[in-house]
Design a protein around this ligand. Structure first.
Ligand code: NI
Length: 188
């Protein structure tokens, strides 16, 4: 296992479409996922997509910690979600409703922005054991899976923003007109 270098916005790897994984159970995919888990933990992140570690494949990992779920301003009934690994994930909105919420990204260190996301989604993918996963998600859980899957299609969160006055350095953004009281410690 190894801690991998994380690509930052502007790196070509983050600006190309990632390729589907032909065999989700292949040993090199298992090794990649082990390294991604170690890298995410080292960076104190809540999610990570393979292109962020310079691998142009459709693999994402994420989790929703119990404290983050308990404080979820967008979903009062939010539940924690254990570490989830998805190969070839697909996200489908279940509503047209979007909500604005703060996001950080490990590829944009120090920055934060308010991003509109669908409030309810369904996602599917395959685990590295070859099992199918299908879940519905709301609140931060829905936000994080949309953020991670965007990484696979060369989209970074500022490209989803509709109000760039709500984008800046986290140390400077306290007191902006959208409250920063909700937890924003984890980047994805
Ligand atoms: Ni990100």
């Amino acid at each position: 296992m190894a801690i991998l270098k994380i690509a930052r916005m502007g790196h070509p790897m983050l600006h190309q479409r990632a390729e589907a994984v032909a065999d989700p159970t292949a040993p090199e995919i298992k090794a990649l996922i082990a390294d991604m888990i170690e890298t995410m933990a080292d960076a104190d992140g809540a999610g990570l997509a393979a292109p962020q570690v310079h691998v142009p494949k459709r693999v994402v990992i994420f989790r929703v910690a119990s404290q983050r779920a308990a404080e979820d301003a967008e979903d009062q009934e939010a539940e924690p979600v254990g570490l989830t690994v998805l190969v070839n994930p697909v996200v489908e909105p279940l509503t047209r409703e979007t909500a604005l919420g703060w996001e950080r990204c490990l590829s944009l260190p120090g920055l934060i922005g308010a991003v509109p996301r669908y409030t309810r989604v369904r996602y599917r993918g395959v685990t590295p054991e070859g099992a199918a996963i299908e879940r519905e998600a709301s609140g931060f859980h829905a936000r994080v899976i949309q953020h991670e899957c965007d990484h696979l299609d060369d989209i970074l969160y500022p490209m989803r923003m509709t109000d760039l006055t709500l984008f800046g350095f986290i140390e400077e953004m306290r007191g902006r007109r959208l409250t920063l009281d909700e937890p924003v410690a984890e980047a994805v």
